[in-house]
Design a protein around this ligand. Structure first.
Ligand code: ATP
Length: 247
């Protein structure tokens, strides 16, 4: 498994944000991490990429334990946060160049040019973050994550803030990376897009995993199969917000 999470707990002081979380993501999979506000999605992603230390439990990235072999594990993952924090005085191209140098990417020029084209940043290579729209800044953050070729990609809300064409392109970008063998975990509140792009879904609520499977599996477990249910219906049912009770 490219991502293995075993019994992870993460507390902030006495508050438990993530409770006994276990799951795995294989190469080629796109797993959607969904849940109500405060469910623990961002905490989970930040713990997986090593920004936060788990209070207990184990995280293994492409065979490397992030607790005992943090450099090896981090080398194999890219985390794309939802807040596009960029360096004020570096252009788009300089951001890509800096990231590539930090991670010793050899074929930088070709990769950067392809990414700028793929993410529709052409013509903005020499722009500073202050001269970009929010959606464009988000694309720069994602381009910096993708300029390296990692086994594991972690996206926090990659589709929020993008226009409809940007959303479609980002979906294709994510799908292509999975087809090329990456293991992908992404959080989003855009359930219809999660349903389209993800091979499997994990639902969290109040720090706990409450469901894990394909939309079809979850619908059948939630007694919704007959209705040919959408992920939204499944979500409302398993989080206890569905006004129509299970049959
Ligand atoms: P959203 O959908 O709103 O982005 P989320 O599922 O990503 O939510 P988290 O940001 O992981 O949720 O937060 C989970 C819980 O942990 C929340 O109750 C939040 O208030 C709490 N929390 C997050 N960061 C901190 C922090 N630095 N200190 C204390 N509590 C925190």
């Amino acid at each position: 498994m490219a991502i293995a999470v075993e019994g992870v707990v993460r507390r902030y002081g006495s508050f438990t944000a993530v409770q006994d979380l276990s799951f795995a993501v294989d190469r080629g999979e796109i797993v959607g991490l969904i849940g109500p506000n405060g469910a623990g999605k961002t905490t989970t992603l930040r713990t997986l990429c090593g920004i936060l230390k788990p209070t207990s439990g184990r995280i293994v990235i492409d065979g490397h334990d992030i607790g005992t072999a943090p450099l090896e594990a981090k080398r194999r993952l890219a985390f794309m946060p939802d807040e596009p924090h960029l360096f004020e005085y570096l252009t788009v191209e300089e951001h890509l160049r800096l990231t590539a140098r930090l991670y010793a990417v050899s074929d930088f020029e070709a990769r950067a040019a392809a990414l700028v084209e793929e993410l529709e940043l052409s013509g903005k290579e020499r722009s500073l973050p202050g001269e970009l729209s929010r959606g464009m800044r988000q694309k720069v953050v994602i381009a910096c994550g993708l300029v390296r070729d990692t086994a594991v990609l972690l996206f926090d809300e990659p589709l929020t803030g993008l226009d409809p064409i940007g959303i479609r392109r980002m979906r294709d970008t994510i799908t292509r990376r999975a087809e090329n063998g990456a293991a992908i975990l992404l959080s989003s509140h855009l359930l219809h897009l999660v349903e389209e792009v993800c091979t499997r879904v994990i639902i969290m609520d109040r720090g706990r995993k409450i469901a894990d499977g394909t939309v079809r599996e979850l619908a059948s477990r939630a007694d919704l199969a007959a209705a040919g249910s959408s992920l939204e219906q499944v979500f409302l049912r398993v989080t206890g917000h569905d006004p129509t009770p299970a049959a």
